[in-house]
Design a protein around this ligand. Structure first.
Ligand code: CTP
Ligand code: MG
Length: 175
């Protein structure tokens, strides 16, 4: 999950500048995505997620077992592994973009909280894209049990990192 968890905080740290929707407002009077979704956030987030995944890949290839935990790999081939890592990373930000689109349609301003969705959009985006790109990898690593554990743990992790982000001043809201 690390390549899927990295992009959001990275986007908060390095995001800003040109919005992905180029400032477009739809007929409902609300922005397509809003100023909280920027190219810099999307690119920096995806790149950092990729870097984290590649480091994990190198660890797995070298048989590194931190705390005696056998790390799962991203696939059999280099290309396949990179595709999985990219899907986790980029997919997480796609999920976040999609939910911002929905939030604007619900007339929620940038930064307005949408509980549960805010905490899980990136996980669902990552899973969906990785499932489309590599269904076999997804079903072998994400059993029902793991999916349930992640759906419970991720919001807790998300809220705690966002509170830290809020305290250190890189997030405008603590959610
Ligand atoms: N960010 C970005 N580009 C992205 C995603 C996030 O620049 N693709 C940055 C923005 O500065 C954003 C911050 O990360 O404000 C926090 O992300 P998020 O909470 O997803 O955005 P919100 O500002 O809350 O906007 P929204 O209501 O659309 O979720
Ligand atoms: Mg938000």
């Amino acid at each position: 999950m690390l390549p899927a968890y990295t992009p959001s905080p990275t986007a908060s740290l390095f995001g800003g500048g040109k919005p992905i929707d180029f400032g477009i407002t739809l007929k409902d009077g609300k922005r397509l995505l809003g100023d909280g979704k920027t190219f810099r956030g999307l690119i920096s987030g995806t790149v950092f997620g990729l870097i984290v995944g590649l480091i994990q890949m190198i660890m797995v290839a070298n048989g590194f077992t931190p705390f005696n935990i056998q790390l799962p790999g991203f696939g059999e081939t280099l290309l396949g592994s990179v595709a999985v890592i990219f899907s986790l990373s980029f997919g997480s930000l796609l999920g976040d973009l999609f939910m911002s689109f929905l939030k604007r349609r619900l007339k929620l301003e940038r930064g307005a909280p949408l509980p549960v969705i805010d905490q899980l959009d990136f996980v669902l985006g990552a899973w969906l894209l990785v499932y489309l790109i590599s269904p076999v990898w997804f079903v072998t690593h994400f059993t029902y049990k793991i999916i349930i554990i992640l759906l419970v743990l991720t919001p807790l992790l998300h809220v705690s990192t966002n509170v830290i982000g809020y305290i250190i001043g890189v997030k405008k809201e603590p959610w």
